[in-house]
Design a protein around this ligand. Structure first.
Ligand code: WTA
Length: 654
């Protein structure tokens, strides 16, 4: 986040009260009502969670709410369940049975709708097919797909069997798939021939082939391939390993696959996320606590009502898609819009036409998208009728007040509350938010804590700081949807989240709390970048660059960027015999694109004879950040050679 943006967040004092019309019908319709629920969630979690989960299906009820053995939490001990019964089966005996669960629109405008009854049937048929292929409770299944309804079917089918899914974002490259498959020891991969992205064919199956050709991916026994593009994306099927979805799922079959009943703490999914070291972390979420967290937050944060058409624009490959396209909304019987393609295909009016066409009432998107739309001008949203909208949401990074105001005015017509929701892959569900109907929105603030959540802003020693003082954002108490461990590396779990501030979970974010108790998150303070809402570990980029034969050393830093929040800038020094220049810069960019994925390609690659270091040999990131941002530097900043001189001067000044 840029300095200007932080300064403007500090000065921001506008406040938008919940519109009376909205509050009148809202699930939580006053500040007092929110305060009472919040207090109850802390003082009497047992009664709070029993009441708030009464619609969910537990085969046996829990006997103990929480067992907390820092850093390990177990929630709802003794409960048994299958999450798909809460998301699907429970609706079959109600009118929700025939309500749309997923309304899908492809990039070329074709649509498909799956009712709850249909989604249930598809899920059971695929679960049955997976079971016949040998997938059992606890097995890991990797899912590498685009935004098609079958990606939700695939996740739910795994859950039906008690198998653990690990969804890999469709933008990841073959080597990233290989690493995730290897780390999770996935037995099966579910993929599709290809998908559309901005009019281009994104080949998914052939990328899986490249990943599975490597010895590290030998755990995979079967690949299931959905035919989505057909002739537009021919694929090679490997005999004995690859099967077509339509060959194993019989549309005329009997959808009778019983749910495998699991313990509350049975693993539901692993989702890999960037951390401050090179290797992605497998964030593990379990069943009952995760379900409770996403169910309650979907209902209250989005104020879900029976007739809403809810649209979360995230990709299912990120946690937002897991919690707020699949499990949260479905457990509430909501209708979700799912869109396959790009926001600007064929032009910048696409999102707004989607809203008009499907009469979307709730839109949940990311600041980077809002800023991109804002840049294209107000004409685009004006071309569509957006009057169906009643609530707007934001997630993924701090939203600058200018973008907030534009969103509120131009998309929400000034009448829709904007909920700014703060959370992480690790937290599973929204932990801080504006509570629509109950609390005023302040542009740029993520509002108040959700139920059972105790955030605090502290010093390194764990002392709470005063109002409007900056500090580290921590969580003082466990919450139901928290991650349980790093898959296969519990020590890393403890070290990453519970070693910085004693007794607390450290989020990696910096924040302040204002005089009204509202939280203002300013961004990461560890070595993780947030580029266009994608979490990118600097160490991951650096180790990828160093794996290229030309590179001796690399340092990746963020530079403030109006559109993406942060842009990725890398500094590299070369091995003898290699020449700096555009050709090599291009090659290194492609190398990162190939190893990690195109979304992680550096925005700027700079060459240096050596990187500036402290006497103890640590790369001086702070200096490099200034250089990347063009701050406090004098003279020519185009080559780092000059700057390493500058760095040396600075250290000798100290
Ligand atoms: C950032 C995405 C400010 C934050 C759900 C966090 C935010 C990281 C917000 C997690 C917000 C997310 N305001 N910052 N409303 N939401 N962040 O794991 O730095 O992809 O730690 O989860 O995004 O990113 P992740």
């Amino acid at each position: 986040m840029s300095h200007d943006a932080i300064t403007s967040l500090l000065k921001e004092s506008r406040k938008f009260e919940p519109p009376a019309e909205f509050a009148r019908k809202a699930r939580i319709s006053s500040r007092e009502a929110y305060d009472a629920l919040y207090r109850e969630s802390l003082d009497n979690p047992e009664s709070f969670w029993r009441r708030e989960t009464k619609d969910l299906v537990f085969r046996t009820p829990w006997t103990e709410t929480l067992e907390w053995n820092l850093p390990h939490a177990k929630w709802f001990l003794g409960a048994t369940l299958n999450i798909t019964e809460s998301c699907l089966d429970r609706h079959l005996s109600t009118p929700v049975r025939n309500k749309a669960a997923i309304i899908w629109e492809g990039e070329y405008g074709e649509t498909r709708t799956l009712t709850y009854a249909q989604l249930h049937r598809e899920t059971l048929l695929l679960a049955d097919a997976l079971a016949k292929l040998g997938v059992e409770k606890g097995d890991r299944v990797a899912i590498y797909m685009g935004m098609v309804p079958e990606v939700a079917v695939a996740m739910l089918a795994c859950a039906r069997l008690g198998a653990v899914h690990t969804v890999i974002f469709g933008g990841f490259a073959a080597d990233a798939i290989r690493d995730r498959v290897h780390d999770s020891q996935a037995k099966v991969v579910i993929t599709q021939d290809g998908g559309y992205r901005r009019g281009n064919v994104l080949e998914l199956k052939s990328t899986v082939d490249k990943a599975l050709a490597q010895p590290q991916a030998k755990s995979v026994q079967k690949t299931i391939v959905l035919r989505h593009l057909g002739d537009k994306c021919p694929v090679q099927m490997t005999e004995g390993r690859d099967v077509w979805w339509h060959d194993i799922v019989d549309p005329n079959g009997h959808a009778t696959r019983e749910a495998t009943i699991v313990d509350a703490e049975h693993p539901l999914f692993i989702l890999y996320t960037s951390g401050s070291t090179g290797k992605p972390k497998g964030v593990l979420h379990t069943t009952a606590g995760y379900l409770a967290g996403v169910h309650v937050t979907s209902k209250y944060v989005f104020d879900l009502q029976d007739d809403d058409v809810y649209w979360c624009t995230a990709d299912v490959g990120w946690v937002t898609g897991h919690s707020y396209i699949v499990y949260g909304p479905l457990s509430n019987g909501a209708t979700c819009l799912m869109y396959e393609g790009a926001p600007n295909f064929p032009d910048w009016g696409r999102f707004w036409r989607l809203i008009e066409r499907h009469r979307v009432t709730i839109l949940y998107t990311a600041p980077t998208a809002i800023r991109a739309f804002m840049r294209q001008g107000d004409e685009w949203p004006k071309k569509s009728d957006l009057s169906s909208l009643r609530l707007l949401g934001s997630v993924g990074e701090p939203i600058n007040p200018e973008a907030w105001i534009w969103y509120h005015q131009n998309i929400g017509g000034g009448r829709c509350p904007v909920v700014d929701t703060w959370w992480q892959t690790e937290t599973g569900a929204i932990l801080m938010t504006t509570v629509p109907g109950a609390s005023a929105s302040k542009p740029g603030s993520t509002g108040l804590p959700m139920f059972g959540v105790v955030p605090d802003v502290v010093t390194k020693e764990g002392q709470s700081v005063g109002a409007n003082q900056g500090g580290m954002l921590v969580l003082r108490k466990p919450w139901p949807s928290m991650m349980r461990t790093v898959w296969g590396d519990d020590e890393r779990f403890r070290r990453t989240y519970f070693s910085d501030v004693e007794g607390c979970y450290f989020t990696g974010d910096g924040a302040r709390r204002d005089e009204d108790g509202y939280f203002w998150v300013v961004g990461r303070i560890d070595d993780v970048l947030n580029v266009a809402g994608h979490r990118i570990g600097t160490a991951e980029i650096e180790s990828t660059l160093v794996s290229h034969p030309a590179v001796a050393e690399a340092a990746a830093v963020g530079r403030p960027d109006d559109l993406k929040g942060q842009a990725l800038v890398v500094f590299v020094s070369l091995r003898p015999g290699f020449t700096a220049g555009d050709a090599l810069a291009n090659e290194l960019g492609n190398h990162v694109g190939k190893e990690i994925g195109k979304f992680a390609k550096p925005d700027n690659i700079r060459f240096a004879d050596s990187l500036p270091k402290t006497r103890s040999g640590k790369i001086m990131r702070r200096l490099l950040k200034d250089v990347a941002a063009g701050r406090e530097t004098t003279g020519d900043t185009s080559t780092l050679e000059d700057l390493s001189v500058l760095a040396k001067l600075r250290t000798s000044d100290e």
